[in-house]
Design a protein around this ligand. Sequence first.
Ligand SMILES: [Zn+2]
Length: 700
Amino acid sequence: MKKINILLITMTIIFAGCAPDGKKDNPLLMEFDTPYEAPPFDKIEDEHFMPAIEEAISQHKAEIEAIVENPEAPDFENTIVAYDDAGELLTRVNRVFGGLRSAETTDRLQEIARETTPMLSEHRNSIRFNMDLFNRIEEVYENRENMDLDREQERLVEKVYQDFERNGVALPEEERNRLKELNERMSMVSLELGENLLAENNRYKLVLEDEEDLVGLPDHVISAAAEEAEKADKEGKWVFTLSKPSWIPFLQYSERRDLREEIFKEYINRGDNENENDNKELFLELLELRQEMTRMLGFDNYAEYFTDIQMAENPENVYDFLYEVWDPALERAKQERDDMQAIIDREGKDYELEAWDWWYYAEIIREEEYDLDEDQLKPYFTLDNVRKGNFALANKLYGLTFEERPEVPVYHEEVEAFEVYDNDGSHLGILYIDAHPRPGKRSGAWCGTYRSGGYEDGEKIAPIVTIVMNFTRPTGDQPAMLSWDETTTYFHEFGHALHNFFADGRYDRTRRSVPRDFVELPSQILENYAAEPELLKEYAIHYETGEAIPDELIEKIHNSRYFNQGFQQTEYFAAAILDMDWHTAEITPDIDVNEFEKASMDGIGLIDEIIPRYRTTNFQHIFGSGYAAGYYVYRWAGVLDADAFQAFKETGDIFNQELAEKFRKYIMAKNSIYEGMDAYIKFRGEEPSIEPFLERSGLN
Ligand SMILES: [Zn+2]
């Protein structure tokens, strides 16, 4: 450890002495001299990233070099811990870079990403395939049982060793070199797929000039479209985009069936338009690369490789789970389709229900049978109210409190920063909330970190966490009001944020390391709470009358739990099966992407009126390695969260603090010691049952 520090100091002096332009005064390379050492967004400019990344890479290289050249025999501290500590600056710069690229990107940042992506993947490769480094790690790994390590340390050794092994370091040199090429190409292709999709999202807008074209649309949808038009320099017109808060309300309410069809087709065909953003060829190339990689590593296909380190363990278990839910889900979707067709017939219209009609008729069913009008709900679910609901929930379960910190720098005026206090009043971290869509923000909702928590020289480092959404904006003098879907999304991302705040471990690699099919448990369990009357009465307050949401509306929310579930589950499971089919198939260059997709969906009997939630060419989740062969994880975790919430209900108190303490400890805090099923059983006392999930979805 000491040697590395000395080397680092020397290097810093050298760099300070002959700093080329861009390194001097680069805020990314200096201590963050800000409240809570948050990133100094007000000082960071696009041009700072390239030199900062270059500098961070060379520091990381030097740190690795120091481990390899250590004359002492490899041991836990001088090899494993040193490796775990290395690359801190790179991580810090990358988090800011990645955070901005997702939430507030610019053409220049995209350009820099294209330049740095190959640099970074080459750098990662140089470490992954560093034989001298691996030899030292392997030596520690093989002797780990004689080293007097505690459980957390032993798991760190195993994780680090497994990372190297899964990257193919033990392969013959020629194959290793090929793997490096594959990795580099895969990151480029992933990047291009995502860029094409962003371009496709922005390429099309439905521009309406005639008031008659707005027939059926409620006022708030019209005024949102008018504001969208202003942003697009089309004042006096109405604009609908391919972001969900824009096109979904249009499909729900517009009586212009032809326009519904137009915008829906534009949405589902993103990346499949035979233009410069077409993703078909690129996607197939990505799958070929993945296949070649996984075969070199001794797996039949990418799904095997992915699931090998998941709770599910193998593709068969995933398919078993998917099919167990698929049949009842499809059955229910068919019923829903027939109900909608009956309305069309009743209206005396002579057409068959099509995919772009689904939202429109679902809305009618919602009004008729569930009597739940989203517009009735919305005044209770202002953005502020939902935030307060989340904060109140964190207080009831874990005793956390929150305070707004306007002095913390943010990257856009819409972003809010809060300080989070633990139940003993100590500082737990900083939370950014970034709620609304902007042109530089990618679609969807996510949680990320600008600094992950941990320890440095025994001192606790508090995390800086961000939740980013694309929620309906305020319009005119009305506050932002969230749909029910947006409300539960808020709770979801906030759950990820809590996981980040609670994660507590000594080492970077294992601190918050959970399998992908486990990681959605802390987020999804909070969605259950969003609808609980005890919480609703506290946060769902009408923004004009100041009255708490009435019982009859709460009851309607509860009844509507089953509304459209056939559709919801079917479109999700169709996408999850499509993902698994792609990643278990024999990939050859002559595959026709659209035909493959069709065959896959025909194979499970998907009806024409529903398309998978994501089609191949716009399936962002599987473009990167994170969720490839892993889209199933959300519902897999659904089984976990439904069963875990059931555990709270069984105590007779959904805010049971004793059980919450267990949840915090085993599910979120001690991931460096307990993993997957072990962690779950520690919390629950037994394995999860699928029943609460089926019941909640109305599929039992
Ligand atoms: Zn999530």
